[in-house]
Design a protein around this ligand. Structure first.
Ligand SMILES: [Fe+2]
Ligand SMILES: [Fe+2]
Length: 266
């Protein structure tokens, strides 16, 4: 199967089954002879029941000390499941947006797309086991809103892998610990699995930041110059800043400290 064909089917799918479609024959048999022409961003279709909700109907993200309550744990996992769904839609779009990118970049994205599909499936099964279903709560389009500001593979890497996914190094580990504290081990294990995979996704971002890095700037200055609206570098940090996970993801100490200490100038 061609990479472009798989990505297009996932991106334009209007039902969850098709969004979770794996490439026929697995990742190793994917070919990339006809990557096609770049497509601009457009909001991917969503079936009834999993459409983006109005701002008014959205609920606040639960505080960690409220996770003793089942409804709060469900709200938390439902939000994270939606992040995975947006991530897989965006990974498919990046394959369609950057047909001329290097083979290693495109094949790396394909692997991450497959991981995001699996992450969504895991959250969805966990929600089922807790007596609810994905789509039962309102969902937002936060990651999608950044897509219109992404023009180059470097913008992509900085926004998706080094902002949203990098922040998840902090969020996933933090919430894994809080689920463990309230003895919800299944959710804690799930979030730890996401944390470990996210290290690899950020590593992909780090590798390609080095590759596309502008030589007259530091890595962090290059990163900072690619921020999208409403997503400053502070969006790449979560509640407890995980330095070791960032080092494992191949980020340099200089970059890590610059991000840790970053503040807006005003
Ligand atoms: Fe994920
Ligand atoms: Fe990810």
């Amino acid at each position: 199967m061609e990479l472009q064909e798989w990505a297009m089917r996932v991106f334009t799918a209007d039902c969850l089954e098709e969004k979770l479609l794996a490439p026929e024959g697995g990742l190793k048999t994917l070919t990339d002879h006809e990557p096609g022409v770049a497509i601009p961003w457009s909001r991917p279709p969503r079936q009834a029941g999993i459409q983006i909700s109005s701002n008014k109907s959205r609920k606040k993200f639960p505080k960690p000390n409220s996770l003793e309550r089942l409804d709060m744990r469900i709200r938390c996992l439902h939000t994270f499941a939606n992040h995975e769904l947006m991530a897989l839609e965006l990974m498919a779009w990046a394959l369609l947006k950057f047909p001329e990118a290097e083979r290693g970049f495109r094949m790396g994205l394909a692997k991450i797309l497959l991981d995001e599909q699996e992450h969504f499936r895991l959250y969805s099964h966990r929600l089922d086991a807790m007596g609810t279903q994905f789509g039962d709560l309102p969902i937002n389009d936060h990651f999608w809103r950044a897509a219109t500001d992404i023009s180059t593979p470097l913008d992509w890497v900085c926004t998706m892998h080094l902002t949203f996914e990098q922040a998840n190094l902090d969020h996933a580990l933090f919430y894994s610990k809080h689920f463990r504290n309230v003895e919800d081990d299944a959710s804690a294990d799930l979030m730890y699995r996401i944390f470990e995979d996210e290290i690899l996704h950020v590593k992909f971002g780090s590798r390609w930041l080095h590759h596309y890095h502008q030589p007259d700037k530091t890595l962090f200055e290059t990163y900072e110059s690619c921020m999208t609206r409403h997503n400053p570098p502070s969006r790449a940090r979560g509640p407890v800043f995980q330095e070791e996970a960032r080092r494992k993801a191949g980020l340099s100490d200089d970059y890590i400290q610059s991000l840790k200490l970053w503040e807006p100038n005003d």
